[in-house]
Ligand binder design. Structure first.
Ligand code: NAD
Length: 500
């Protein structure tokens, strides 16, 4: 069985831990490889490599750092099919979706290629007579990234391109469920000319993560994953003096106003709810219908659309599936248990995906698209993140009720409003307590040159991912106030200096 180890100093490094995690092909349920679960000492070795590399990498000019990223971008594009195939084989999402994830990741690389411009800082001439003030944006040091299973390429690429462009070195701990894609990206970085030790991969679980959160040599930690772990990461790494951004789970609502375009609503909702089998932190899992007429029409249209959905393996079929399997047997079981609980708690199950199997792939982790009506706050399927192809319809009687409902939820990652009325849309953008808002856009993932992040229990820490916040997160600001001798000598001043 193939064993994936660590990648340190641009080299494959086998682990001696003797602990491994199984990696499966979710479409077949067969184990395809195993991944090393590194020891604390092996994690410290990766940090040591990054610490050593920081000395010279932080002195490489931003322009030359960017030039390596330009080469990396070209290599990822050249290997896009291979990378997307890897994503599909370990994650299960369909091939075109895997390519989409790569594109969104590459956009962050493109943003990071502009680092000479982004690190210019600020400069003020004559803040006092003959005194200038300017800022330096200097790298933090060794940074760590810990990523979830659902975007094995994109989420690591939210982190390391900007971190290394800013002059930091990096230790990445990918998800142990689908680690091969991130590993391949590390090989491509090395091929692009990234010096040894600048980007390292430690595969593992809590044992490796805990070292990254507590080791004195780590300056900053970026995390994306579920809320309980995000909270743990934020608390532990902060207690150890690190800068932390920890992105957590979500429950994203889409409000459908009576004046919304019904066709646009249905098409948007199908992709946003069932794309990637609902395993997206920006998936829409709750449709909030304003008025029973809107809800009745939506339920009828969605039911019809769901019948036409192709659920199956993510690659290798003459006609591509719309939706693949879930990540693991346990997760598929958990999603089915949520559907059971929805029925028990009194929601109306309109389409039931629990018994779906794909012929010839009976051991695959498939759950069919599922639709509930009459879902209410307090039910587990409403309160909790399911992270599967389960869409809940909640009926409300007014815009105000919709806003109140969303604002009362513990998560605040993404949301959307569908309407033709600019006034409602504008008010919604202002009223809603959510970090990313779409107006007639179901999955409002900000582009790489904006920052990505939710509110409330969807993000711990002040700075969002990538865009301007990404540059701020991976740099320390230093402000210099300077006066050069003019040849005139003044006497000593004993009062508090003020600018004249
Ligand atoms: P997860 O929290 O189980 O794991 C994320 C990472 O944390 C993995 O690398 C894992 O090895 C590590 N980890 C898990 N348990 C740990 C522990 N006890 N101590 C230390 N490290 C631990 O998340 P997941 O199941 O891989 O990913 C799905 C979750 O990620 C969902 O909740 C989803 O909403 C969230 N997510 C959020 C965003 C966002 O931008 N907010 C984006 C993608 C995914």
């Amino acid at each position: 069985m193939k064993v994936l180890g660590n990648f340190i100093n641009n080299q494959a490094v086998a682990s001696a831990s003797g602990r491994f995690g199984p990696v499966f092909n979710p479409a077949t349920g067969e184990q395809s490889s195993q991944v090393t679960l590194s020891t604390a000492e092996e994690t410290r070795q990766a940090i040591a490599a990054a610490e050593k590399a920081f000395v010279s990498w932080s002195k490489v000019t931003p322009l030359n750092r960017a030039r390596i990223l330009f080469k990396f971008k070209a290599l990822v594009e050249e290997h896009a099919d291979e990378l997307a195939t890897l994503i599909t084989s370990e994650h299960g999402k369909v091939f075109s979706d895997a390519k989409g994830e790569l594109t969104r990741g590459l956009e962050v690389v493109e943003f990071a290629c502009g680092i000479p411009h982004l690190l210019k800082g600020e400069h003020s001439l004559n803040v006092g007579r003959g005194v200038d003030s300017f800022s330096l944006m200097q790298p933090m040091g060794v940074c760590a990234g810990i990523s979830p299973f659902n975007f094995p390429a994109m989420v690591p690429m939210w982190m390391f391109p900007i971190a290394i462009a800013c002059g930091n070195t990096f230790v990445m701990k990918p998800s142990e469920k689908d680690p091969a894609t991130t590993y391949r990206l590390a090989e491509l970085l090395a091929e692009a000319g990234l010096p040894e030790g600048v980007f390292n991969i430690v595969n593992g679980d809590k044992e490796a993560v805990d070292v990254l959160l507590t080791d004195d040599r780590i300056a900053a930690v970026s995390f994306v994953g579920s809320t309980p772990i995000a909270e743990y990461i934020y608390r532990t790494a902060s207690e150890h003096g690190k800068r932390v951004q920890a992105l957590g789970g979500a429950k994203n609502h889409m409000v459908i106003m009576p004046d919304a375009d019904p066709t646009q609503v249905v098409h948007s909702l199908m992709g946003a709810a069932y794309g990637s089998a609902g395993e997206r932190c920006m998936a829409i899992s709750v449709a909030v219908c304003v008025g029973d007429e809107v809800a009745d029409h939506l339920i009828a249209s969605l039911t019809k659309e769901i019948e036409t959905m192709r659920v199956g393996p993510g690659i290798g079929l003459p006609e591509e599936s719309h939706m693949g399997p879930l990540i693991s047997k346990e997760h598929a079981g958990k999603v089915k248990a949520y559907i059971d609980s929805g029925v028990e708690e009194g929601a109306t199950l309109i389409v039931d995906g629990r018994n779906f199997t794909y012929p010839g792939h009976e051991n695959g982790y498939f759950v069919g698209p599922t639709l509930f009506d009459h879902v209410k706050p307090g039910m587990r399927i409403y309160n909790e993140e399911i992270f599967g192809p389960v869409l809940s319809v909640v009926r409300v009687s007014s815009y105000d009720e919709a806003v109140k409902l969303i604002n009362a939820h513990e998560y605040g990652n993404g949301t959307a409003i569908f309407t033709r009325d600019g006034d409602s849309a504008r008010q919604f953008c202002e009223d809603i307590q959510v970090g990313m808002v779409g107006v007639n856009i179901p999955i409002p993932v900000p582009m790489a040159f904006h920052s990505f992040g939710g509110w409330k229990r969807s993000l711990f820490g002040p700075l969002h991912m990538h865009g301007p916040d990404g540059v701020r997160f991976y740099t320390k600001m230093k402000t210099v106030t300077a006066r050069w001798p003019t040849g005139q000598r003044a006497g000593a001043e004993f009062s508090m200096p003020t600018m004249k």
